[in-house]
Design a protein around this ligand. Sequence first.
Ligand SMILES: C[S@@+](CC[C@H](N)C(=O)[O-])C[C@H]1O[C@@H](n2cnc3c(N)ncnc32)[C@H](O)[C@@H]1O
Length: 277
Amino acid sequence: MNTLEVVLERAKHLDEKEDLNRDFEVLLCHCLNKPRAWLYSHSKCFVTDLQEEKFFDLAVKRIRGIPVAYLIGRKEFWSLELEVDDNTLIPRPETELLIQWAIELNLPKNSKVLDLGTGSGAIALALASERSDLQILAVDFCEKALSVAQNNAIRLGLDRVSFLKSDWYASLPKTRYWDLIISNPPYVDTNSSIATDLDFEPAIALFSSDSGLAALRKIIFDSKDYLKPLGCLILEHGFDQALDVAKALEIAGYFEIQTKLDLAGLERATGGKRDAD
Ligand SMILES: C[S@@+](CC[C@H](N)C(=O)[O-])C[C@H]1O[C@@H](n2cnc3c(N)ncnc32)[C@H](O)[C@@H]1O
């Protein structure tokens, strides 16, 4: 049997090119079922052979490029710990900008919110955790992702959120029902050179044609049949897509169009208000 510090030291030598130390710590804690802080005060504790074997199995997978979130099956988003698997995008910190924006709208009590492309349920569940009065429907085209999102809702006690399989708006009644439509759709250009960094996440969650703008444009142009007059549409997009998204919103008749920056200072979300017609 080896101590924690010896096991971690050995893992470091598996791959000297990349600094994966933090990831190895997270993986070891996962195998020990302990929080990360525990590691620092228990570095001389022994790890069983079985725990060590499980850890090295995960460490090797990490070195092959599999993201930590998929290896441990969860990811923190907003204040929630979400279950994720390879059918769902790993929720990103930049998407929290959408949650902040939605909260700042101060929607009237019992407003109706539609989350398009919910994945693990990140946006819908974060909003539900902040505003228990909202009536939220979360939609995705991928049934397996929807089942992960539904499990998250139940585990987190946020099962007031409803889920529906739909190709964007296709399965929804064409009524101007929603006060807010919010979405982090796939927006990476299908021909993008960064694609190889995203090898382990589902293509349906990432890529879109038309320079990455096809899903964003579809959501914007069809929204008029679903959003209440003066309702809001908020969209996450690529750092270089804000102008195209703002233009599409303008053509679709939106006003008070704004773009907000993420924590890295990149233009990450654009939204506006639907006209009153
Ligand atoms: C970028 S991911 C966002 C996931 C989650 N909202 C988040 O922020 O972590 C986009 C999501 O859109 C879904 N999606 C892709 N095409 C869709 C379509 N035609 N209709 C509905 N959902 C779709 C994908 O399955 C994926 O879950």
